[in-house]
Design a protein around this ligand. Structure first.
Ligand code: HPA
Length: 236
């Protein structure tokens, strides 16, 4: 059945879904890497496609920005369309000097300042965690593709522009959190709750340490290679 945010019919979506934040990146991945892609969703412009990759049926779905947005899509994909494997592909800001621009970061775990996770565990702390098999396969395929790969804790923040606490990220950095993004903790929590497996694969697009950043064009090149590493992990 179509959901409030996905117009797909039952069976239109594969059991493996890649989740870029930007719907135009979903279009790029489908058109560049899928055989015979078909568009199954345009609701809110959040494009979703299904096709085949190396003979395996796969989908790619824009997730939007932030924990609430990706949580909606993850929930509907898993509970209404039977999706079992969800891999977020996105960009992140490095919080460590050894994590350089264009490196990959695999989110083994995802810390967060989002109350959408903490409200489930009053007075306690849940550790949103990636699926080990997906993590291991992504580590292998990203290394084979020549990326410098870091594995560890990422921060999923609700605040891209933290004008009141501009140095707030340093507390996470001092606890060896590698990079900041905005969705992984939501994805891992929903996947854990609904019994699916999940991973987050990130390319470093900017650095909070050195203040370097990639241009939009530079982001696209590395992003496509990263999507292939994620697809290999997903079907592996
Ligand atoms: N903050 C949050 N999300 C991000 C960043 C950042 O610096 N870079 C890429 N995604």
């Amino acid at each position: 059945m179509p959901t409030p945010h996905l117009a797909a019919k039952p069976g239109d979506i594969a059991d493996i879904v890649l989740l870029p934040g930007d719907p135009l990146r979903a279009k790029l991945i489908a058109e560049r890497f899928f055989e015979s892609p078909t568009l199954y969703n345009e609701v809110r412009g959040m494009l979703g496609y299904t096709g085949t990759y190396k003979g395996r049926r796969v989908s790619v779905q824009g997730s939007g920005m932030g924990v609430p947005s990706i949580s909606i899509y993850a929930h509907e994909l898993i509970s209404e369309y039977g999706v079992r494997t969800l891999i977020r592909v996105g960009t992140c800001g490095s919080m460590q000097p050894q994590v350089g621009i264009r490196d990959l970061v695999l989110g083994q775990s995802a810390s967060t300042d989002s109350s959408t996770v903490s409200r489930r565990f009053p007075g306690m702390t849940f550790a949103p965690t990636a699926d080990f098999h997906l993590l291991h396969r992504a580590w292998q395929s990203a290394n084979e593709r020549g990326f410098k790969v870091h594995v560890g804790n990422v921060l999923s923040t609700d605040t891209f522009y933290d004008v009141d606490q501009p140095d707030g990220w340093k507390t996470w950095a001092s606890h060896n959190v590698l990079a900041v993004e905005m969705e992984a903790a939501g994805l891992y929590t929903i996947a854990a709750r609904l019994g699916a497996r999940a991973l987050t694969v990130l390319m470093v697009s900017d650095s909070l340490v050195t203040h370097e950043s990639l241009s939009a064009a530079e982001r696209q090149t590395g992003f496509a290679d990263m999507a292939l590493a994620a697809l290999d992990a997903a079907i592996g």
